[in-house]
Design a protein around this ligand. Structure first.
Ligand code: HPA
Length: 251
């Protein structure tokens, strides 16, 4: 069967170090971003840049392996082109994953946080030009959160819930910025996800978001931050969320 006729209901955006989730899938087809007109290319190590259609947990899913970020010099409209493309392929439930620093002392690196809300601190949005005044009171679906939380409990997997702050990057935060984010109510900080979530909601998709807490945000612990540490922790924790999602998709 060609991928054009698959119409997957579930979409999955895989962040830094989390691309291995695709190894769990029975792959039907892979389409490099380069083959799709209007889709920007990622230039970041650990971001492969292709869509994979496949089966997991009994569901047909469309996974985006690697994403493009604002800090690569792209616009909000450009970096959300993949979400619009996934919607056009039939996706109505979108799972966004990312690597993030934890700014909540109770949420340790190596664990996962399910997003219950976000702070869009990128100062831009994919909705420039409309739709205007779009309702954002439940970006991350309560129903999906309840379902995934039940599955995590059943599997004995720690799954925190909290607020993700999405910043422009590409530099990591200063300790003063992390203190500011904590004051604002953030539990985790990263450089993606919020614009994709906004775009997906504007297309009436149901959204779930997960942060792999790869490191303490700056200032919470002694030492400095590196992209390698982030990728390594992401790779190690990927299996935990994959187990939960695989089970959730089989329900
Ligand atoms: N800050 C921002 N983005 C990140 C971090 C962080 O500490 N870790 C992984 N992505």
């Amino acid at each position: 069967m060609s991928w054009q006729s698959l119409r997957p209901e579930w979409g999955l955006v895989l962040g830094s170090g989390l691309g291995s989730f695709v190894e769990r899938m029975e792959i039907i087809a892979a389409v490099p971003y380069a083959k799709i007109p209007g889709l920007p290319q990622s230039s970041v190590a650990g971001h492969a840049g292709r869509f994979v259609f496949g089966k997991i947990g009994g569901a047909t899913v469309l996974a985006a392996q690697g994403r493009v970020h604002l800090y690569e010099g792209k616009t909000a409209a450009e970096i959300t082109a993949g979400v619009r493309w996934m919607h056009a392929q039939g996706v109505r439930k979108l799972v966004l994953t990312n690597a993030a620093g934890t700014c909540n002392p109770a949420f340790h690196p190596g664990s996962w946080m399910m997003l219950n809300d976000h702070l869009n601190l990128t100062h831009t949005t994919p909705l420039l030009g409309g739709p205007n005044f779009f309702d954002m009171s439940e970006v991350y679906s309560k129903a999906l959160r309840a379902m995934v939380s039940d599955v995590a409990k059943e599997l004995g997997t720690t799954l925190h819930e909290g607020v993700y702050a999405g910043l422009l990057g590409p530099q990591y935060e200063t300790p003063a910025e992390v203190r500011m984010l904590r004051t604002l109510g953030a539990d985790a900080v990263g450089m993606s996800t919020v614009l994709e979530a906004i775009q997906a909601r504007a297309l009436k998709m149901e959204v779930a978001g997960f942060s792999c807490l790869t490191n303490w945000a700056a200032g919470l612990h002694p030492g400095t931050l590196g992209h390698e540490e982030v990728l390594e922790t992401g790779r190690n924790a990927a299996a935990q969320l994959a187990d939960v999602l695989e089970r959730a998709l089989s329900l």
